[in-house]
Write a protein that binds this ligand. Sequence first.
Ligand code: FES
Length: 309
Amino acid sequence: MKMRVADIVDDSAEVKVFTLRHPLRDELPVASPGSHVDVHLLDGKIRQYSLCGDPDEKSQYKIAVKREPGGRGGSRLMHEAYVRGSEIHVSAPRNNFPLEPTADRHILVAGGIGITPFISMAHHLSRQGAEFELHYASRQYPPPLMASLLDICGSRLNIYSSNSERPRRFDPKRALSNQPPGTHIYACGPQALMDAVSAATSEWPSQQVHFEAFQATLDENFKAEPFDIRIASTGSTIRVPADQSALCVLRDAGFLLPASCEMGVCGSCECGYRDGSVIHRDKVLKIDARQDRMMLCVSRARVSVTLDL
Ligand code: FES
C-alpha cells in the first residue's frame, strides 16, 4: 500500500512513533494483536516493524522506530528521510506472534524496543478483560512508550530499569515461576532476554512459550552444504550451491517468490515441502509447522528436498 506519514511523535531522542494512513482508504487491512508490517524504504531496503497502535483502530497503523546507530541503516533512514506527508510503502500486516486465544492467562515480557508488539496485545487483552501482566525491562528510563502503556495496563505493567530512581532487575525465574497451567508466555527483546526467558521456561510445554525475533540466528559454526531441490509440480531438480540460499536459486530459476527480511525472521518466504530432511534455521516456524513448511531464505536440506512449487 502507498500510505502517507500522517504524524511523527518523538517518544524520546531515540524513538519516533509514526502514524500511517492511506490517502484513499478509511479502512485498512485487519491487524490482529502482535502483527507487523514490512516497510519498503526509499533505498529499496525492507524492514519489519510491529504495529503498536490499538488493533481496533481501523483507519491507521502506528509503528515505533528506534534509531540504531550500529544497525544496517533502516532505522536511520526512517528517522531522517521521512517527514509528515511523506509517501511510504507498507505491506499488509502479517502476524508471526499471535496471542493464544485459549490461554487462561498471558504473561508478556519485553526488552527495550521489543515492547512494540505488546502494545497492540495489551490493548486487546485489556478490552477483553483477559488476565495478563506485562514485564518490561529497559536500560532507558523512562523506557520507550511508557506513557501509553501505563494508560492501557495500569498496575499490570511492571517496569525494570537500572536507571530509574528505584533500580530493579527483571528476574525471569521469579516472575515466571508458579504460574497456573493455562498460562502462556510471550517474549520479545534482545537476545540475552530471550535466552533468559527460554531458560526459565525450559520445563514448560513449548506451545505455551512464544518468541518474536527481529534478528537472525547467530550460528557462526553452521557450515552450509549444497543440496538439491525437486519441484513437486514438474519433477525437475535444481542444485543449491553451498554459498547460495534456496530462495536465491529459485528466483534465478524464474520462480516469483515473496521475501522480505531474508534473515529467517519475517515469515514471508514460507514454502511447503513434501519430503526431505530440512535444516530449519529460521526463527518463525513453530515445531509442528516445521514438519512440512520451511523458510527458503535461510533453511536448507540434507541432500535434497521436494518443494510444493
Ligand atoms: S524472507 Fe523473511 S523469513 Fe525468509
